[in-house]
Design a protein around this ligand. Structure first.
Ligand SMILES: Cc1cc2nc3c(=O)[nH]c(=O)nc-3n(C[C@H](O)[C@H](O)[C@H](O)COP(=O)(O)O)c2cc1C
Length: 435
């Protein structure tokens, strides 16, 4: 008689990670259009980019009828700098998701080092997503110095208390799963001890990135601990996704079978070409020209931030191709559509989005330094008082913080990505995201 394998119950609004090939969480590269494209090409589930709990707390949930998205927005530092001058630009989107096209397939990844703030933030998005995943793998100092990411691997008590709090206060009431993404530790014994604790917290899934914390993205993933992690997860009934150097659906299926995992997660290969999720029998990896056109269309449909779209195009268009250079020179969706010679209907949509985003021909003239100074002086005179001066100081600090985060966000990318990141405008997303 064979015994039925143990399986943690998957909550009603959640998803089982078993048998799934999924898009990895990627800061900057995992924004809404990238996720929609991965789903279009066959990804079974998509992870959003790590978004820090404190960035989400205080946001307002808005249903955007133009893009059919749900946006979590907050007053932007731009707007706060000069609210009187530019009231329209005060809302900035911290997290955008498309309920119709990804809602029940989207996992929100949270950056946190504290159970209370994790719960507070996760409660905001929980009704709109299929699961919440905790990032316990980001190795960068700006994440680890705050006790987040890979630092949590060294503070298992804290990591377990975060997961338990999320399971109890967010997963339960919203009937969604809570999961965690880790890296392997130096020895199999250390990894095993950690995994045993994690799978006992009530989580439904665990992703193991088969690199240790100090390993760079270019170094080959190490798979010798993978079977052990998969076995421990299976004993506890928790789904185990493998991650690291998976480049296609076929390869994922082979690795799953070889190491006894339940599913696989793809990052860099999908960042360059999300059609890696498509089976060979269904067409396999599509040419970059096709994928880029789909990406541009999708970005226009969801009014993706222009800087982010350009950044991703820098990853998708081969650097040696003439289209790469032409793309880097464009300053708006309309210019991009004309440069890439897409059809007229898209050009009309592109113009509308340029208008909505104030870019290209709709970009508002920038104030000179002297004009900005004068305007700030007038604004502080009108509203007066030390409170406003302290608010201005607060804004200045926030802006400096954003710049710092932007610089560090750059560091997380593998060298090849950093090299090609030329056209990107980092600061917009870096305010919220810090992997
Ligand atoms: C641009 C970029 C951004 C990333 N952002 C995140 C993130 O937000 N959260 C996370 O857990 N891992 C992040 N990672 C790590 C990936 O999710 C993945 O673990 C790693 O790239 C290994 O997978 P791969 O070998 O398929 O690239 C990021 C990786 C890249 C390349």
């Amino acid at each position: 008689m064979t015994s039925t394998p143990k399986k943690v119950t998957i909550p009603m609004n959640g998803v089982d990670y078993r048998g799934k090939i999924v898009l990895a969480p990627m800061v900057r590269s995992g924004e809404c259009p990238s996720r929609l494209l991965a789903l279009k090409y066959g990804a079974d589930l998509v992870w959003g980019p790590e978004t820090i709990d404190k960035a989400l707390i205080g946001t307002t949930r808005r249903e955007n009828s133009t893009t059919n998205t749900v946006d979590f927005t907050r007053i932007s530092s731009n707007g706060a700098k000069n609210p009187a001058l530019n009231p329209d630009q005060r809302e900035s989107v911290i997290y955008r998701l498309h309920p119709g096209r990804e809602g029940r397939k989207l996992i929100y990844q949270i950056g946190t080092s504290n159970p209370e703030t994790a719960v507070q933030a996760a409660k905001l998005v929980a009704p709109d997503v299929a699961g919440i995943d905790v990032n316990a793998g980001c190795p960068k100092p700006f994440s680890t110095s705050g006790g987040m990411g890979a630092a949590l691997l060294k503070t298992p008590d804290k990591l377990c208390s975060i997961l338990e709090a999320l399971v109890r206060e967010v997963g339960g009431p919203n009937e969604i799963g809570i999961s965690v993404k880790i890296r392997i530790l130096d020895t199999a014994e250390e990894t095993a001890a950690l995994v045993r604790r994690l799978v006992a917290t009530g989580i439904t899934g665990l992703t193991v990135h088969c690199r240790t914390t100090p390993m760079r993205p270019r170094e080959r993933a190490i798979r010798d601990q993978l079977r052990m992690v998969a076995d421990l997860c299976r004993e506890a009934g928790v789904a185990c996704l493998m991650n690291g150097d998976v480049t296609s659906r076929e390869e994922a299926l082979d690795l799953i079978a070889e190491y006894g995992c339940d599913g696989a997660m793809i990052a860099t290969a999908a960042e360059t070409n999300p059609s890696v999720f498509r089976l060979e029998a269904e067409g396999g990896k599509a040419p970059w020209e096709e994928v880029v056109e789909e990406y541009v269309k999708t970005s226009i449909e969801v009014e993706n931030r222009w800087g982010n779209t350009k950044f991703l195009l820098g990853q998708m268009i081969p650097g040696k191709h003439s289209a790469y250079n032409s793309m880097t020179r464009t300053k708006s969706y309309a210019e991009l559509v004309k440069t890439l010679k897409y059809d007229g209907a898209l050009l009309k949509m592109a113009r509308d989005v340029d208008k909505a985003l104030d870019i290209g021909e709709y970009e508002k003239p920038k104030l000179t330094k002297a004009e900005r100074k004068a305007a700030n002086k007038t604004a502080s005179k009108t509203s007066g008082g030390s409170h406003d001066r302290s608010m201005q100081e607060e804004v200045r600090k926030t802006a400096a913080g954003i710049k710092r985060k932007a610089a560090t966000a750059e560091l997380d990318k593998p060298p090849d990505i950093a090299r090609e990141a030329g056209p990107a405008s980092v600061p917009e997303s870096a305010s919220a995201l810090a992997v």
